[in-house]
Design a protein around this ligand. Structure first.
Ligand code: ATP
Ligand code: MN
Ligand code: MN
Length: 301
């Protein structure tokens, strides 16, 4: 068994051609993680991260002076990241066309780190088929005061409900407080239909168990409950990408897990930036074989 687990070697770190300045600058003061370490983390993890985060519009959380100072959320840019960070034209609601960002290699990821990026959030569709999502994300946001066990139970419940509709789903630890239930899709339905499905699904769950779940954003209504955030699934919305680091204390990362593993995990911030080797090993483990992959389309609800 142990032999089978290590049979596939972890992918080697690709060569990176981006010059990272101020490598010694501390980005995570609580754990002394530097900009150089962050760049090396993304270079290392790029072979397993890019299949999820590459070639789709990304929004970046940039904190040039470190995670404890001012951060901002960036959706598009005209060219200050250099030519390893690419652009895709996206028509926005107001009719304007904006250059959204995407990466497709380790250089692109590291170029973003060079510009102060800590978090990579991605669209649920790829640049070659922007209007048709290839994944749906049910983001479970527990109210403060709930513990992780409640979130895990909710994730399993959501997954079971999806399974009843014939849909396979996978858990992603957000690296923050919650769990994302990820539903891979064959790009077929367009954004309005996918959003409509997520909306109906969330409302049905909240209607069936109003004491546990809430499907509206209103903070006051979320007391003691888990907010089923279906709003990640509208055109232009993003969700944290697997293996992205989070701009939170201790440099946690978003991490794919299996449903079986999830039972024994007691925090959404289980792995961090200093666990690169373990994350790479895990990516080829039996537990994560096939994670996030399924050919399926949404049923009518
Ligand atoms: P947690 O598990 O702690 O909830 P999370 O990644 O799910 O972590 P949320 O706050 O639930 O965090 O999700 C917010 C989502 O909204 C993010 O995934 C991101 O894609 C998006 N987002 C975050 N900041 C902004 C912003 N300033 N503007 C627009 N969208 C944002
Ligand atoms: Mn969340
Ligand atoms: Mn949310």
């Amino acid at each position: 068994d142990v032999v089978a687990e290590v049979a596939e070697p972890a992918p080697a770190a690709p060569e990176v051609h981006i010059k990272v300045s101020s490598r010694d600058r501390v980005i995570f003061p609580e754990s002394d993680v530097t900009k150089g370490e962050l760049a090396d983390y993304y270079a290392h993890l790029s072979p397993i991260m890019l299949p999820w985060a590459g070639r789709r519009p990304v929004s970046l959380v940039r904190c040039p002076q470190g995670r404890a100072k001012q951060c901002f959320f960036q959706k598009h840019d005209a060219g200050s990241f250099g030519d390893t960070v690419h652009h895709v034209d996206v028509k926005e609601k107001d009719g304007s066309v904006q250059p959204y960002l995407y990466v497709d290699d380790a250089d692109g990821l590291v170029a973003c780190v060079q510009m102060g990026t800590i978090e990579f959030h991605g669209w649920g569709s790829r640049i070659d088929d922007l209007e048709k999502p290839d994944r749906l994300v049910i983001d479970l946001d527990p109210d403060e005061g709930l513990d992780f066990a409640d979130t895990k139970r909710a994730a399993e419940h959501v997954s079971a409900q999806l399974a009843e509709l014939g849909l396979v789903s996978f858990p992603l630890l957000s690296g923050g407080k919650g769990v994302h239930v990820v539903v891979p899709l064959t790009p077929q339905a367009a954004w309005p239909a996918v959003k409509d499905f997520a909306d109906r699904f969330a409302r049905a769950l909240a209607a069936a168990e109003p004491d546990r779940y809430v499907a509206v954003m209103t903070k006051a209504k979320r007391k003691g409950k888990i907010f089923i955030d279906y709003l990640r699934n509208q055109r232009g919305s993003t969700a944290i990408m697997p293996y992205s680091t989070r701009a939170r204390a201790g440099a946690p990362v978003a991490a794919p897990v299996s449903w079986t593993e999830l039972r024994d995990i007691d925090t959404a911030a289980r792995w961090g930036v200093r666990d690169a080797e373990e994350l790479l090993q895990r990516a080829t483990s039996r537990a994560l074989a096939g994670w996030g992959v399924a050919e399926q389309v949404l049923p009518d609800l």
